[in-house]
Ligand binder design. Sequence first.
Ligand code: DQA
Length: 149
Amino acid sequence: MKILIINGPNLSMLGSREKEIYGEQTLADMNADIAGWCADHGIETEFFQSETEGEIIKAIHQVRTKYGADGIVLNAGAYTHYSYAIGDALPCVKVPKVEVHISNVHARDEFRHKSVLAASCDGVICGFGADSYKLACLAVKGILERKAK
Ligand code: DQA
């Protein structure tokens, strides 16, 4: 079972970006942490990051064809709150999808309370730092296992 973990704009700046909100880990450190935890739970991971909407859309389209993955964990960063194009890309691929956020977006600025992606995902996890991604991977695994029964 393989999951494609997609990170959007500014997540490449983890480790130096607003550390009081996003923590000290770099994206590479966080990805290594997630990959190790997932491997221990029988999940293979692949990571993709882009600052641009079109590249994220392309990665979603290619979840099976290029990445050979069975599910998507998506932190679209600020695109979460207004990208109808990413919202339209999600139903194009029939794999489980979970939206994640490092921070608790509901305890932050008003504009972060709205997601235009959540309705096209199986669920949303936010507020647990790198653990948000691990919980999301576990959720995708659960969906796939229930489907296989
Ligand atoms: C974020 C929350 C978004 O509101 C913000 O624009 C990000 C990161 C998070 O992981 O907490 O870039 O998605």
